[in-house]
Design a protein around this ligand. Structure first.
Ligand code: GLN
Length: 372
């Protein structure tokens, strides 16, 4: 296959020459890397990656093609895609199309044939940064100018760009034991599925929902989803969460939802140097001491003491989970109000299922609360 030349330019001036992959065109976004050996389809369709150019550290991508069932939302959200070597065949019994055809059909601009290891090392040393890919021009200074004019991820308010415009409901197969109101900040399809497996009916609500909208569906608990952008901008969701905490409504948050809960408790968030992305991140559950291998995709984190308890307006709380690679806060638990959260993706799509127990903790919390 003959490919057009393409360039990748980072905001600090470093550039890579490769070949066009997916749609021919030009794109800008935050360059990040994912260490997942598999799961590219779930990564591409996870709304948390909105406005990010994702480089896969695994050198051979596309081997298993794509299928409709594994999509985590209705479209591909990444701003651009970087791979070392695209697979020339898509070989899997579930494959319906090749990855490159899918990228082209969705207008996703990518680049292949570059040294993704050098790119990853650069991002690890210098930090995640703005970047551009073009297969329309090979003029590096011209693309650099457009990269420098593009918005940064710090301060980006992206939740309203990905949330559902209207509420919808996901029913369990049998009778519903519990009802959850899930605030869609960029939710993935596997989250309501994991809840449905446990007999939970999930009402997925727009990010702009008010406390009345949320309590109006009669939830046994409220779920705060994952999502793109800077959690420091989620003021509306933080205010709603504070109100729910004050009313002692059971709460479970993941990823962006963990950051929202943290802010509602009075903690602040900060930007990690290059973030955690992939399906092979080790986390310790402080309560049990058990180490789980988990799926991550975050560029921001909660600032809190990793050991011991701290006081909040809603009573004492503690850091429940810690990343073993770098001691980043990976979970919070309130000790007085029924609320907990993790910074990673227990819905495990793609990813190991080690963190599945968190959905059982949610069910237990709702059970205990209804008996109270
Ligand atoms: N997966 C997520 O929810 C990511 C949360 C947030 N956008 C971050 O990068 O930290």
């Amino acid at each position: 296959m003959r490919r057009a030349p393409a360039i990748l330019v980072l905001e600090d001036g470093r550039s890579f020459r490769g070949e066009a992959y997916g749609s021919v065109g030009e794109t800008v976004g935050e360059a990040v890397f994912s260490t997942g050996m598999t799961g590219y389809q779930e990564t591409l369709t996870d709304p948390s990656y909105h406005r990010q150019i994702v480089a896969m550290t695994s050198p051979h991508i596309g081997n298993t093609g794509v299928n409709t069932e594994d999509n985590e939302s209705s479209r591909i959200w990444v701003a651009g895609f970087v791979v070392r070597e695209p697979s020339v065949v898509a070989s899997n019994w579930r494959s319906e199309r090749s990855l490159e055809d899918e990228l082209a059909a969705e207008g996703i601009v990518g680049i292949c044939g570059i040294d993704t290891r050098a790119l990853t090392r650069h991002l690890r040393e210098r930090g995640a940064m703005r970047a551009g890919i073009s297969s329309r021009t090979t003029d590096v200074p011209a693309l650099l100018e457009r990269v420098l004019a593009s918005p940064s991820m710090s301060g980006a308010n992206l939740v309203d760009e990905v949330t559902t415009p209207v509420a919808y409901t996901v029913e369990p197969e049998g009778p519903a034991r519990f009802t959850v109101a899930a605030i869609d900040l960029g939710i993935k399809r596997n989250t309501p599925r994991r809840m449905a497996e446990r007999g939970i009916r999930t009402h997925v609500l727009p990010a702009s929902s008010t406390v009345d909208d949320i309590l109006g569906v009669g939830p046994d608990a409220v779920f705060l989803s994952n999502g793109p952008g800077d959690p420091a901008t989620a003021d509306h969701q933080v205010a709603v969460t504070r109100e729910l905490l004050a009313r002692r409504v059971p709460l479970f948050g993941i990823c962006f939802g963990n950051q929202v809960l943290g802010r509602a408790l009075g903690l602040s968030t900060y930007k990690l140097k290059y973030g955690h992305r992939g399906i092979n991140q080790p986390v310790r559950d402080n309560e049990t001491g058990r180490v789980e291998v988990t799926a991550h995709n975050h560029g921001f984190a909660i600032d809190a003491p990793v050991e011991g308890r701290f006081d909040t307006e809603f009573g004492p709380a503690e850091v429940s989970h810690v990343c073993l690679n770098d001691d980043v806060v990976e979970g919070l638990r309130c000790l007085d109000v029924p609320a907990f959260s993790v910074q990673y993706h227990p819905e495990a799509a793609a990813g190991p299922h080690d963190a599945d127990y968190l959905f059982d903790r949610l069910t237990e919390l709702m059970g205990a609360n209804s008996n109270a």
